[in-house]
Design a protein around this ligand. Structure first.
Ligand code: ADP
Ligand code: MG
Length: 273
């Protein structure tokens, strides 16, 4: 038999038929608080999956577990059938899982382009392009990296801000920049934690277009968002959490019509799209 690697174990099913990302009965307890309990769902290649629920329902905890930011107290996370062990961000990135944060994190004193280039270096060190980057001393390779960084800025719609200092950019532009940095690693799945927070309607619409274009670039998406307009517009499927447990999963139409979801969440919010 194949010897078990401590971190990447065969899941016991054929990787060719395994979903891209699988949360398998993942749980997380913080002292006496059960933040997440036995939550299972998949994100397949090419999909945009929404993760919604009231404040404190466990959405960020879920992203933290999937991205290896913290370790689950139960269950496991699999990528293409291989289990990711414990809290290892670098391992998750190596498997193609990249996340953005609920609070914008960029280097305020760097230009937008340099933010993406720094992100490339940090993310690529443990990612699939690690070898390429280690040998990227030559002018040509640096040029390719720069072209890739500019392409990521263009993809999120802020190419014209490449030479702007990040701290001088609007909050919405900084959020887009954080997404560009994440995309620079060419993730197989991107976990977006409330990317539209603080955005006005026009900015949310632009963000929706960016998110919708991700699968065609080879990046599936798990989207956490409070704005139901954005969620309903871009998601193929939606997973609903309440008090740390999954209470529903379905298409936007199914979720809108789900009484338990309306009672726990949708009925209490009146977000404009
Ligand atoms: P959401 O993102 O849906 O608002 P969270 O995942 O942030 O919810 O939080 C879920 C629950 O877990 C909340 O009760 C929260 O207080 C608790 N929690 C989250 N992170 C921690 C932590 N690091 N320590 C203690 N409790 C936490
Ligand atoms: Mg949260």
């Amino acid at each position: 038999m194949v010897e078990e690697h401590p971190a990447v174990r065969p899941a016991g099913n054929d990787a060719a038929h395994a979903p891209l990302l699988r949360a398998e009965a993942i749980s997380r307890r913080f002292g006496g608080v059960q933040a997440l309990r036995d939550v299972s769902f998949d994100v397949d290649a090419g999909e945009i999956v929404g993760l919604i629920g009231p404040n404190g329902s466990g959405k960020s905890t879920c992203v933290n577990l999937l991205s290896g930011t913290i370790a689950p107290t139960g269950g496991r996370v699999l990528m293409s059938g291989a289990a990711l062990g414990g809290a290892r961000i670098e391992r998750a990135v190596g498997h193609g899982i990249v996340r953005t944060f609920q609070a914008t994190q960029v280097f305020a004193e760097f230009t937008a382009l340099d933010n993406v280039l720094v992100g490339c270096h940090i993310l690529y060190r443990s990612g699939p392009a690690a070898a390429a980057l280690r040998s990227a001393g030559s002018r040509r390779e640096e040029g390719e990296l720069r072209a890739h960084a500019l392409d990521c800025l263009a993809f999120v719609g802020i190419a014209d801000r490449a030479q702007s200092v990040a701290g001088s950019m609007s909050a919405a532009e900084q959020r887009l920049l954080m997404i560009a940095v994440a995309l620079a690693a060419r993730p197989k799945v991107l976990l977006l934690d409330e990317p539209a927070a603080g955005m006005v309607a026009a900015e949310r619409r632009a963000l929706a277009d960016v998110i919708r274009a991700m699968p065609a670039r080879g990046t599936a998406v798990l989207l956490i968002e409070h704005h139901m307009g954005l969620i309903m517009q871009v998601c193929d499927r939606i997973v609903v959490l309440n008090f740390g447990q999954k209470i529903a999963e379905g298409t936007p139409a199914e979720i809108r019509a789900n009484e338990a979801v309306v009672e726990a969440y949708l009925g209490t919010r009146h977000d404009d799209a």
